[in-house]
Design a protein around this ligand. Structure first.
Ligand SMILES: Nc1ncnc2c1ncn2[C@@H]1O[C@H](COP(=O)(O)OP(=O)(O)O)[C@@H](O)[C@H]1O
Ligand SMILES: [Mg+2]
Length: 191
């Protein structure tokens, strides 16, 4: 997590522009009532956010692997995606599960460094790809969750199963590529 002192989280960016971009999205979400952290301050390349209580979705997934699987948090996350998209008109391109928290029966989104216009189903498709590829990949629990995400997304955004499946294949490939590149970088720096 970025530096967190008590109830304030400090997040440093590579540039003041990047910080201002993320700050703009935090403000839009707050104005639209979409659940996220409150932006407390923006100072050149640093953002100051309120600390949000909750369990991150990767921890939640690990708990569901051990029992008590339930669609509720995943449907809440799709509701959050819908609200995010309506408020910003953007696609969050980093649907990794640590960017979402589950608190008091609601999903909360964080981290808007990588947002751009695009197709809304890119978000649930990438989310499902993340769920399935976490280690150990493709467990029965993960496949059930990915199926819930798919069914809800198809209904919510009225796309065809074919369209969703094609987007999912694309997102899964991008994710594999991203992991391959990251692993390569880590290997290099280890030498
Ligand atoms: N305001 C916040 N309240 C609680 N946890 C946070 C908050 N901001 C970030 N985190 C935690 O810290 C992690 C890293 O922060 P994030 O904004 O995603 O930065 P990055 O992924 O670019 O390092 C998040 O995945 C989340 O779990
Ligand atoms: Mg993040």
């Amino acid at each position: 997590m970025p530096g967190s002192g008590g109830s304030i989280v400090e997040k440093a960016f590579a540039s003041a522009d990047a910080a201002a971009n993320e700050a703009r999205i935090y403000r839009t979400l707050e104005d639209s009532g979409v659940k996220t952290a409150s932006l407390l301050n923006l100072k050149s390349e640093r953002l100051y956010l309120s600390y949000v209580e909750g369990e991150d979705y990767l921890t939640l997934l690990e708990h569901q692997e051990r029992g008590g699987i339930s669609p509720e948090p995943w449907i809440a996350l799709l509701e959050w995606i819908d609200a995010f998209h309506r408020a910003t008109g953007l696609i969050q391109r980093d649907m990794n599960l640590r960017n979402f928290l589950w608190h008091e029966s609601a999903a909360i989104g964080l981290d808007f460094e990588d947002c751009s216009p695009g197709k809304v189903i890119a978000m649930p498709a990438q989310l499902a790809a993340f769920v399935l590829l976490y280690d150990p990949p493709y467990t029965r629990t993960k496949r059930r969750i990915a199926a819930w995400i798919q069914d809800d997304a198809i209904q919510r955004w009225g796309c065809s199963e074919q369209e969703y499946t094609a987007q999912f294949a694309l997102e899964r490939e991008k994710l594999r590529q991203r992991r391959h590149n990251t692993a390569g970088k880590h290997n290099k720096s280890a030498h």
